[in-house]
Structure formats: C-alpha cells, structure tokens
Design a protein around this ligand. Structure first.
Ligand SMILES: [Zn+2]
Length: 395
C-alpha cells in the first residue's frame, strides 16, 4: 500500500477538527489549561522541538510524536479525556490520533491542516521560553522527570524566591535553589561573615570572613550557576521596607531567628498573599512548615502575640549541631521547589519536626484559627508592627 493510501485509511479511522472550532475553544480556555475534567479538550503539540520553539498554539502542551505513547498516560491518565492533537500539517497528528486510539483513548481528534493552517488563519501563537543547549545539559536530571520536563525547569528558571537570612538555613536553601535553577534568588541579611559561622553556614568560606553575607552568598552562587540572578538586600526587615522587599518574589523562605521578623513577615505576607516556608532550629532539633495565606494557618494562628519582652528566652547564645540547619534547610528548599512546580503535597497545615539525636521525624497537624487576629477574614486591614527586639532561640 502506498503512503497516500495508508494515510487515507488512517484518516477514515480517526476524527478531525478544524482551526475555527479550535480557535473558539482556545479563546474560551484562555488562562485555564484544559485538564480533561470538563474544562475543555487537552491540546497536545506532537511536533519536534525545533518546530515547537518556533511557536505553538496557546495552551498547548508539548509531547513530541516519538514520545507520545510513552508519556501520554502520565500527562493524561483519563482515557475518556478529550484530546486534540496537532502537528505542522495534520499528517503526523492523524497517525498519532490513531496510536492513542489503540492505547484506549476514546475522544481524540487531529487538527486538520495543523499549525500551518492556524498560522494561515492569522491566529496568535505563543513562543515558548527555550532553554539553551547548556541549560538542557545542566538540568537534564530534572527534565527527564515526567513531573518536571522542560516546562517545569522553565518554571524554576522564571521563578523568584526570597531568602530571609544568609545564615545556617539560608546557606543550604540558597545553594540548592541555585543548583536547581531558580532564576532569581534574593537574600535579606545585614550581617557579615564571621569565622564562627563557618561550622554550619556552608554558603560562606574562610576567604570571605568580614564580607557582607549577602555579597558572600552572591559570590558562591555565581560560581555554582551562572543562570541565577542574586539580589542583595543588605538590610534588616522592618515595617517600612518589608512590603517593598517581598512584593516581587513568588515565595519567601524564612531562615531568620527572631520573633520580630517572624511576626512582621507573617503580617506582610498575608497583605501580599505570599507563601512562606518557615523553619526554626535549636541545638539538635528543627521544624518546618509552609504558611500559605488564607489556605492554611498563619504564624499568628499558632502564636497570636509575641511574649512580653521580660518573658522572652535569655539572650545567651545556644549551640547548634552544624549539620542540623543543612537537614532543615534542604527540607525548606524541597518545599520551595515543589511549590514553584505545583507538584506533590505541600507542608501546609502540617509541621514536620526533626530530632537529630534520635534520628526521628514527627508530623503534627496545624489547624487554622477561625478567630485568628490577622487571617480570619481575607480583606481585613492588617497593620504592620515593629516589635521591640528581644531574644529567641539561636540559629
Ligand atoms: Zn492566622
């Protein structure tokens, strides 16, 4: 049988849709990707990478023809989901539609005329962010995870994360987020590197003692990954600067050790609806949780007010096992990466506690307080408060 006859045969077995029908669907779907749950069809581009990067139909996901059978069940588990496939001219997508039919997909269509017909109709298309060859190599162990793919890596590259503190927790968080390719990392810290920091603050080094911590962190990250832009905020957060500093970031990782900042950050993050990955460490123990404004509890749901200054713990510095902030910081970095990618189950409303001496993890539920002074009603006016400095546990 000639290919022309074969194709005719295939087209008689599959269903096609046209550009005008798809245009209406794409316009209706704008801003919300089809998920197969009644939100409209899932649009899949089956062309090769060099074609995809030149432009694609808005809302399409990319699974090259050669990987379609391998990846479709991960991406579209529901066999009855409505799927529209397209290629450049409608031939490869017709063959692909038949292949999905053989896999048990019951509602697959091929776009007649393909992307060429879409462009000929003068319809708008997206030009995706494309990784360079160096980036494809650097992040290969990420992009080969079906949960990430190139799209996930690009989310990381476009993301902005603010780290409060370039100390014990900020060190591993900063290094791992930089290695992962988080495109913009901000550090807030007004301290300088001291020899006694180096037992745990692994982003710094002996030859940078005396340097501002934000500058030292930027130097370490520049060596690790040139894709990462580091923003240095050499300051202390207070009510006058907190909103301005955090407003451009997608997520905040709190590695600070004082109550003033905790309360201030909590209230500011509620005003701007920024998620916060919170952690604290003490001697041999640490804990981590995620505060997502108005979805889980906030810091004040747990501790409505700071203790009066006289009741605060003493100012004597406590020791800390050097590896402890490594463990806890990497947990924070994990939550940050998951949050950016939108994968897995975040630590919202859950507190993970780690006991290094007994090598035990325990999880506690953190309920939201329906009477919380700041987060009980979204829209409630929140005043930022500069609490007087008082001591707390050491980092
Ligand atoms: Zn609250």
């Amino acid at each position: 049988m000639s290919f022309a006859n074969h194709l005719k045969d295939v087209k008689s077995q599959i269903r096609e849709t046209d550009v005008e029908t798809l245009r209406k669907i794409v316009e209706a779907q704008k801003g919300q990707a089809g998920d197969g749950n009644g939100a409209g069809p899932i649009l899949v581009d089956v062309r090769e990478k060099d074609e995809w990067v030149e432009g694609s139909i808005p809302g399409a996901r990319w699974i090259p023809r050669g990987f379609l059978e391998l990846r479709i069940e991960d991406q579209v588990p529901q066999k009855s989901a409505e799927i529209v496939l397209y290629c450049a001219g409608g031939t490869r997508s017709a063959l692909a539609a038949r292949a999905l039919g053989e896999l048990g997909y019951t509602n697959v269509k091929s776009l007649a005329g393909g992307f060429s017909a879409w462009k000929r109709a003068g319809l708008s298309f997206d030009r995706p962010y494309v990784m360079t060859a160096e980036q494809s190599l650097r992040y290969a162990r990420h992009t080969m995870l079906p949960e990430l793919g190139d799209a996930g890596q690009i989310k990381l590259l476009k993301s902005k994360v603010l780290l409060l503190g370039a100390g014990g927790l900020g060190s591993p968080v900063g290094l791992y987020l930089a290695a992962a390719g988080v495109g913009t990392i901000g550090f807030v810290d007004d301290d300088t590197v001291d020899a006694s920091n180096l037992q745990r603050q692994i982003i710094h080094s002996s030859d940078r003692i005396g340097m501002a911590k934000v500058e030292s962190a930027a130097a370490a990250i520049a060596k690790l990954n040139p894709d990462v832009k580091v923003i240095q905020h050499k300051t202390r957060l207070d009510s006058s600067n907190v909103l301005d500093i955090i407003k451009d970031y997608d997520l905040i990782v709190d590695g600070t050790d004082n109550f003033q900042t905790r309360y201030l950050l909590n209230d500011a993050s509620l005003i701007l609806k920024k998620p916060v990955v919170n952690a604290s460490i003490f001697q041999f123990e640490g804990q981590v949780t995620v505060f997502k404004p108005f979805e889980g509890p906030c810091y004040r749901c747990l501790y409505p007010e700071p203790p009066p200054p006289g009741m605060a713990p003493s100012c004597n510095e406590a020791g800390v096992l050097g590896v402890l902030p490594g463990v806890i910081g990497v947990l924070q970095a994990t939550e940050a990466v998951k949050f950016i990618l939108g994968i897995g189950k975040p630590l919202i409303g859950r507190l993970l506690q780690y006991d290094a001496l007994n090598m035990k993890f325990r999880e506690f539920k953190l309920p939201r307080d329906p009477k919380c002074v700041v987060c009980s009603e979204p829209g409630k006016k929140i005043e930022l408060i500069d609490y007087e400095a008082f001591c707390s546990i050491a980092r």
